[in-house]
Design a protein around this ligand. Structure first.
Ligand SMILES: Nc1ncnc2c1ncn2[C@@H]1O[C@H](COP(=O)(O)OP(=O)(O)OP(=O)(O)O)[C@@H](O)[C@H]1O
Ligand SMILES: [Zn+2]
Length: 778
């Protein structure tokens, strides 16, 4: 990857979140400055908020709170003229001189303990800077709502003896029951609830209330967990596999990295079915001898019930974090993790923020997966966040994939990551044979979307009692203009991006640079009359498959049929039990599944992702075809893959059909270099949306002018494209425009955007968002 801007460079003065803020307005004006001693020592807490105004603002810490206020906890502070108390996150506590000004004092601590340790606070500040979000917003993303609300906890008062209670004379004068209760509490040497103290001292609550009235004891309110939701421990364990030679060598390298006590990034590049999960598991077993925890990130967890089961089968205490968890469950898991009671945390991208006290390893499985990028503020990529966290903690990060992202591949080539290969499948099983079916050839057509060769292969598999997976990758809409006769896709001469139909249907537009032509009536390549939108849905496919294979049991998996929690698990477990013959669906069936009885995989249209207006289209296609093909032949019965395509000669499809990652990566890197796309430079995208088309576009134009000014002022080497309408030009009634920025280095890109956006505010009519390292170009 082009290097992540690492620690110190982001804390330079221009970017210190605290440095350039209008602190003046925060100092209270009452109390004339000349009355305070300029050299008075005070404790200052810096606080940020998750809503406007975001801060950071400084507050003084009153002496009675000096011992309790710590960075990473929430504080109640006065804000604004009316001094309405509001809750903010404390980012640092410093000793300072008042400098003659009077800071407003904080009201109270909202939390008893910090919710973030020093490393996580540092991570928040880095994310806020790098992804151009507010630190308060990042804190809110880091600490789950269930934890912030204390979901599933109860406010309970705990009592402790006061100073007076230590005076023997006073105690001697108390009535017997009060005396006994008080002595009991002193002897207990820990705070007790009213109920517990009464029970254990064998009295009613009356005498204790008397003690409280006489100020011999004091109460303090704390939140405690309501019992009963803790998951049971796992007792049925399965044994380790005996590692293959390659797996052993990989494990040895990882263990060396773990033992080094230093940060490093390891790219575990293993073909599909090479047993990467077993390597992660044994690496974590090694780590546990030192009492440390591991975080394992997997793509959307509900899609990978198998992976999570493998961890649960091997470790006693695994926390599985997924999106269908209630706030109460989430909070319970979080608290257990924070107390160090969890060995392994398995979860989707936000699990990277798990508050492990002794983190020893981070693993990202299927590291190329796009779900690791968050598409709301803060728009972070879990891989980059993981790298920064691993760097802060001084621990290894393992990225695992059969099809690494080109960013990771390039970083390995440059020696920034250490590549560990697994060339062979477990048990020396061969990679499945891939047959390419050219959809342009008439003789293979059947009048539907399943070609003759795919039909024959499916029949043969079903006849042997084997199972099939059919992949139809289609996103929500079809806008690419493709010739059904020759497969030609109409593209932009300047960007080489496929043109897409404009919303009124008469124009074809480049969504990178706004190049426009009238929609061509015939194919510019072969003159075929009747060029059309591509488009075919999983629902339509299901009907066709049912008609062609009336005796087969068919299940469909796509975002429409998988709305309810648990639906993935149900379908996948039925598939495992062989109750389903054909599983068809979108890319969600391509991920990490391990079904030995699947001998056939069919890809209905490998081109659908290829002609997306996105420079990563070829990479996505290669990954998708390779990954779904990798589901075939994982058992002893072998495997066959049929890939239908209009462009069998395309390098991405050629390479995928030969399981040749290297060929693909090398050719694609040359393409990327030619246009300075990542990993040879950084990109950022600014999306502007508004209800008035012309006003929104004007706003976007102004933003571009500011960007150009900032670029020139900073003499940065940045290419600014747009504004242009993105493929989704209108969303929820709002018009959308986007600006793309390309730059060789992340630092100047960030600085120029920061400078330019400081001149523009999102308002009620028009909003904009900055997306650093975007994966989504829609
Ligand atoms: N050393 C081993 N001996 C026997 N079986 C093994 C061994 N290691 C792993 N396996 C089994 O091989 C299968 C494939 O492993 P796994 O799913 O981890 O592969 P993978 O590399 O993650 O593949 P993919 O990238 O396709 O998800 C699993 O069923 C696993 O239990
Ligand atoms: Zn263009």
């Amino acid at each position: 990857m082009t290097e992540l801007s690492l620690p110190n460079e982001f804390m330079s003065s221009d970017s210190d979140p605290a440095a350039n803020d209008p602190q003046g307005s925060l100092f209270s004006l009452d109390g004339p400055a000349w009355e305070t001693d300029v050299h008075e020592q005070i404790t200052v807490a810096t606080v940020v908020f998750s809503e406007m105004p975001f801060g950071p603002f400084d507050y003084s810490v009153p002496s009675e709170l000096v011992d309790s206020v710590r960075p990473g906890m929430r504080l109640q502070v006065p804000l604004g003229k009316r001094r309405k108390p509001i809750t903010g996150w404390c980012t640092k506590v410093t000793a300072s001189t008042s400098g003659g000004m009077t800071l407003k004092p904080i009201d109270s601590c909202f939390d008893e303990k910090p919710l973030c340790n020093a490393n996580l606070i540092q991570l928040v500040l880095w994310m806020a800077h790098y992804y151009q979000a507010q630190p308060g917003q990042v804190f809110d993303a880091l600490i789950p709502a269930g934890v912030r609300m204390g979901a599933g906890t109860r406010a309970t008062t705990f009592f402790t003896p006061t100073q007076q209670a230590l005076d023997d004379e006073v105690v001697a004068k108390l009535p017997a029951k009060q005396q006994y209760a008080l002595q009991y509490l002193i002897a207990a040497a820990e705070p007790m609830t009213l109920r517990d103290l009464a029970d254990q001292a064998g009295c009613t609550e009356g005498p204790i209330r008397q003690l409280l009235q006489k100020e011999l004891i004091v109460g303090e309110v704390r939140r405690v967990m309501t019992p009963g939701i803790l998951p049971s421990r796992n007792n049925v364990m399965t044994d380790a596999h005996r590692l293959t030679k390659e797996q052993s060598a990989a494990l040895a390298e990882i263990c060396a990295a773990l033992d080094s006590g230093k940060h490093s990034t390891l790219l575990l590049h293993g073909v599909t079915g090479s047993g990467k999960t077993e390597v992660y598991i044994q690496a974590i077993e090694h780590l546990q001898r030192f009492g440390r925890q591991a975080i394992v990130l997997v793509p959307e967890i509900s899609l990978t019930p198998q992976t999570r089961q493998r961890f649960q089968d091997r470790f006693e205490s695994v926390a599985v974090l997924h999106s269908h968890m209630s706030p109460v469950e989430r909070n319970h898991h979080w608290q257990r993790i924070a107390e160090g009671q969890v060995q392994v945390i398995v979860g989707a991208r936000s699990a990277i923020f798990a508050p492990t006290p002794h983190l020893g390893l981070i693993v990202i499985d299927e590291e190329h997966d796009a779900s690791f990028k968050q598409d709301t503020i803060p728009r972070y990529h879990a891989r980059d966040v993981a790298r920064y966290r691993a760097h802060l903690e001084g621990i290894p990060l393992i990225l695992g994939s059969a099809t690494p992202a080109l960013e990771s591949w390039n970083a390995a080539k440059k020696g920034i990551y250490k590549r560990i290969p697994l060339h062979r499948r477990v048990g020396d099983r061969p990679m499945p044979h891939v047959q390419l079916v050219d959809l342009r050839l008439k003789e293979d057509r059947t009048g539907g979307s399943i070609s003759r060769p795919l039909m024959q292969a499916t029949r043969a598999a079903l006849a042997k009692g084997e199972q099939a997976i059919l992949l139809l990758n289609r996103r929500g809409f079809a806008t690419t203009i493709q010739c059904p006769s020759c497969g030609h896709v109409v593209a932009c001469p300047d960007c080489e991006m496929p043109l897409t139909h404009h919303r009124d249907g008469s124009k074809a537009v480049c969504h990178y640079c706004d190049y426009q032509i009238g929609t061509p009536p015939w194919c510019p390549e072969c003159r075929f009359d009747g060029i059309r939108y591509s488009g075919l849905g999983t629902q339509k496919l299901e009907m066709e498959v049912k008609a062609k294979f009336p005796d087969a049991v068919i299940a469909r998996m796509d975002s429409d049929t998988m709305r309810r929690p648990g639906s993935h698990e149900r379908v996948l477990s039925a598939f495992r039990q062989k109750e389903i013959d054909i599983l068809l669906g979108t890319q969600m069936i391509a991920k990490g599944l391990d079904f030995p009885n699947v001998t056939l995989v069919g890809v209905i249209n490998a081109d659908s992702a290829l002609h997306f207006p996105d420079f990563r289209a070829a990479e996505r296609t290669f990954q998708l075809v390779t990954q779904v093909a990798g589901r075939a032949g994982r058992g002893d019965a072998g495997g066959e893959v049929v890939v239908q395509t209009y462009t069998p000669e395309h390098p991405a499809i050629q390479a995928a059909s030969q399981h040749d990652y290297f060929q693909f990566a090398e050719e694609e890197l040359q393409q990327r270099q030619k246009f300075a796309y990542p990993p040879f430079g950084r990109i950022a995208r600014i999306i502007i949306r508004g209800s008035e088309e012309t006003l929104t576009e004007a706003f976007a134009d102004n933003l571009v002018s500011s960007l150009e000014r900032a670029r020139d002022a900073q003499q940065a080497e940045i290419r600014i494209l747009g504004p242009a309408p993105p493929p989704i030009a209108k969303l929820r009634g709002k018009y959308r425009f986007h600006i793309l920025l390309q730059c060789p280095d992340a630092g100047s890109l960030g600085n120029v955007i920061r400078a330019a956006t400081s001149e523009h505010r999102s308002g009620e009519d028009i909003q904009y968002v900055v997306d650093i390292d975007p994966l989504d170009m829609l």
